[in-house]
Design a protein around this ligand. Structure first.
Ligand code: ADE
Length: 238
């Protein structure tokens, strides 16, 4: 049976899977879960329509995300990873609540340019890591079938909450980024290294500007719900 990791960074980002709300099938399914605590995180094991699921959140940031992703693959044996959560918009076409699937992910705060390397690059690595084409394709067909608008674009990850026009503009210019968050590229590096197909979905919670902290608090729950519901739609198709 296929084992799938569903991962977020914050508890709010995975709560829609565990809570009631509009999502009766989710509730029914996750009621039968088994909880495992490992290395400071809680993992929920469950089953859904012939799939084994491991659901968890990492806590914020690249290091936490890499630990959780590696745990889901190595300890739990997940063969695929779907990341769900929220992001700040860089591309002005992205508005609060919009969905973006990463087509490439990079680390905007990885910097050994002092040695002549480009931003986001370390030897034997690559600036951009790409998610599974099959999963992106599947996401597009889920969006089409459900009449949901799904954008694709470059997600830049770093250990910084961006609430500053200058830094945001720099990330956009340097990486052609469409959205920014704090975990996606870490998960991407782990899955890419372990050759496990992955997919990173984010719903916009703020515009990474001066209002970002206010908007983030206001829209975290709603945007988390938007992203989780979409991932649920994908699970139904796998
Ligand atoms: N996640 C959501 N909004 C963000 C922002 N503005 N910066 C970094 N990560 C985010």
């Amino acid at each position: 049976m296929m084992k799938i990791a569903i991962m977020g960074a914050m508890v709010e980002e995975v709560e829609p899977f565990l809570d009631a709300g509009e999502h009766e099938p989710l509730l029914k399914y996750f009621k039968k879960h088994n909880d495992v605590e490992y290395a400071g995180n809680l993992y929920h094991e469950a089953r859904f329509k012939g799939l084994d699921i491991v659901l968890g959140y990492s806590k914020i940031g690249k290091v936490n995300a890499a630990l959780t992703a590696a745990t889901m693959l190595e300890k739990f044996g997940c063969e695929m990873l779907l990341f769900t959560g929220v992001a700040g918009a860089v591309n002005p076409d992205l508005k609060i609540g919009d969905l973006i699937a990463a087509t490439q992910l990079c680390q905007h705060d990885l910097d050994i340019t002092a040695f002549g390397h480009p931003h986001g690059f370390v030897p034997e690595g690559k600036v951009y890591v790409e998610p599974s084409r099959e999963l992106l394709h599947m996401a597009r067909s889920v969006a089409e079938e459900k009449g949901i608008e799904l954008k694709g674009g470059i997600i830049a990850t770093g250990d910084q909450f961006i609430a500053d026009a200058e830094r945001k503009a720099w990330i956009e210019k340097t990486f052609e980024a469409d959205a920014i968050e704090m975990e996606g590229a870490a998960v991407a590096v782990v899955c890419d290294a372990m050759q496990v197909p992955f997919f990173v979905l984010r719903a916009i919670s703020d515009a990474a500007d001066l209002d970002a902290t206010f908007d983030f608090d206001e829209f975290l729950k709603h945007s988390s719900q938007v992203s989780s519901s979409f991932v649920m739609g994908m699970l139904e198709k796998i």
